[in-house]
Design a protein around this ligand. Structure first.
Ligand code: ES4
Ligand code: ZN
Length: 334
């Protein structure tokens, strides 16, 4: 209980949360009704049946199949606003101070929803979170790696005005990892580096893919952060590389458990990373699907690792240092 309060008060930053992954049954069904969306026949019909699916994913793809259907209930700018605003409120109640949030525009554009609708709705929630909750925010657009690289380039072109106006701050890469290695998206990342050099580059790597997915994300995509990175532990050279370059990993403990990346949170290489000096943050990924927001993820780690106060302070500091915010904001949080 003492540790619960300590972890609640610790200044937390989140670097790995998909806004579409904050869509739980309690909002999904009302939105489907409000927008007259006919969910597929195989889709669970009740909150309990849907929750049962959420509790029993076989792997990443099994989750993604449900995640893409789930997001099909999001239609209007207001839907996107409501979704993100509910997330910021929950995270604020957990003691969150800074959020770098992913979104998947291709999952909406292919359904006929415009980039403008998506970005305006999410941005409105970001602005409200900054004004009313004191949370600093960043939006990171992710490309879906199961779609062709050309689709990624087209999506970047659609997002160009929002990058130029500073309304989107990063580029990420997500969806099914294994058959879609980072090298497929080299052109997309090169385009961003050339035309929008101020934009944060990150990519999911080493969740299902091996250490070479992480090396190649660093070498070919020139990312400065790795999302997940769990499989880095299989390559001692890579661990040294991450420590030397102080490249932060955005770890998602409950996600890794629910998607069976590990069988137990205790298997995560947290002690090894700390010992080697690899910075990492603790994140919720798709909190509505994996059963916990940011504080739940901190508590899940604590229950398995029993870390001491100074180690937790180091983890929180690394999260602040690895955030995409000006030094003045870092000083406030440290
Ligand atoms: C995701 Cl856990 C995870 N991995 C890859 N892509 C994703 N999109 C949403 N959640
Ligand atoms: Zn993710």
């Amino acid at each position: 209980p003492e540790m619960h309060q300590f972890l609640h008060e610790l200044p937390k930053c989140e670097h790995h949360v998909h806004l579409e992954g904050t869509l739980g049954p309690e909002l999904l069904f009302p939105l489907a009704a409000r927008n007259n969306i006919q969910l597929p026949d195989h889709f669970p019909k009740t909150v309990d049946d849907l929750q049962y699916k959420y509790d029993n994913f076989k792997d990443l793809q099994d989750f993604l199949d449900l995640y893409y259907v789930g997001m099909s209930v999001l239609i209007t700018e207001d839907d996107f606003f409501e979704l993100a605003w509910a997330y910021f409120r929950k995270a604020h109640a957990d003691g969150l101070h800074h959020a770098e949030t992913f979104f998947d525009p291709q999952g909406h554009i292919e359904r006929g929803i415009s980039m403008e609708t998506v970005v305006k709705g999410f941005r409105k929630a970001c602005d409200k979170a900054e004004a009313e909750l004191g949370i600093t925010t960043k939006l990171i657009m992710c490309l879906l790696r199961h779609l062709p690289s050309q689709d990624g380039l087209d999506t970047i072109a659609l997002a160009k005005p929002y990058y130029e106006q500073g309304l989107i701050h990063g580029l990420g890469l997500d969806s099914s990892e294994k058959p879609f290695p980072p090298e497929l998206f080299k052109e997309c990342y090169e385009h961003m580096a050339k035309h929008h050099p101020e934009v944060l580059l990150t990519a999911h790597a080493g969740e299902e893919g091996g250490p070479e997915y992480i090396h190649n994300s660093l070498d070919l995509l020139k990312v400065t952060r790795i999302d997940h990175g769990v499989n880095s532990i299989k390559d001692p050279q890579l661990i040294k590389r991450l420590a030397d370059s102080q490249t932060m990993l955005s770890l998602c403990p409950m996600s890794n458990l629910k998607l069976r990346v590990v069988q137990d949170i205790a298997e995560l290489p947290i002690r090894e990373w700390i010992e080697a000096g690899v910075p990492f943050s603790i994140n919720s990924d798709d909190p509505a699907y994996f059963g916990g927001y940011i504080l739940d993820n901190y508590l899940a780690v604590q229950s398995k690792f029993g870390l001491d106060v100074s180690t937790w302070k180091l983890i929180a500091q690394n999260g602040v240092k690895g955030s995409y915010i000006p030094q003045s904001r870092k000083d406030e949080l440290l």
